[in-house]
Design a protein around this ligand. Sequence first.
Ligand code: ASP
Length: 292
Amino acid sequence: MPKSGFAMVLHGGAGARRSRDYAAEIRHMQGLIEAGRDRLKGGASAVEVVVETIGALEASGLYVAGRGASPNTAGRYELDASLMDGATGLAGAVAALEGFASPISVAQAVMQRTPHVMLAGDGASAFAQANGFAPVIDPDLWFTRAGADESNFAPGALAHGTVGCVVRDQEGRLAAGTSTGGVFNKLPGRVGDTPIIGAGTFADAHAAVSCTGQGEYFIRVAAAAQVAHRIRLAGQSLEQATAAVLAQIKALGGEGGLIAIDARGQVTAPFVSEGMKRGVLHPDGRIEAAAF
Ligand code: ASP
């Protein structure tokens, strides 16, 4: 693949509601896409840009991830995140991580510094502490509960929010990552699709995918890996593969969306929910940011 055609997509979750104004989020996502474009132009790797972008989405407190996460039914903040490098096939994840500001950074450290793919619960926290990650000292003061006003709208459905990013860098390497506070009113110990490689996040040489929506459905159809496998094994286009996977989720009664990028830098951000906050850098340099 020639040295060209870098592109990226980020999402701020498929929990968007038409009754709310997302002007601040749209401005923020647009700025992150511009920052990512400049990093990619300067030669940054796909993994670097995915982690930096998700770290900024987490730190903003605007989305239901990182600082914007909401508590579970026991009042605790258990966060999930994962990262996959399509160039090496390496991956890292944390599930039900408590007490740390940037789950995606801890997921990256799991990938880089351990022989494992996923650490969960107390083990994930102990690892984050041993590796010097920034702790959350007082959850009540620190978390913004960004999506709290989105949590009462969907009778029978689990309201939710998440952030994610997929990138193709100048060298043609693909990477994907996702980070979440999960669904509102989740039970203690509930883990969604976000930290599960193949469900919420996947990257290989053919595609990089990050999902958002009611995670239980994305797990059941192995959503992110299925997109890449459809491209690799069935020769489908990015549009065909992503549409087929979202159709399965809808048929099961789920909702949500995903962002994906292929080896040529083609991008897509389809959803079968009311909206999905997203920002896109097309391979021709065009930028879009929208919620609906
Ligand atoms: N997929 C996430 C989860 O189920 C939530 C979301 O994407 O909004 O934890």
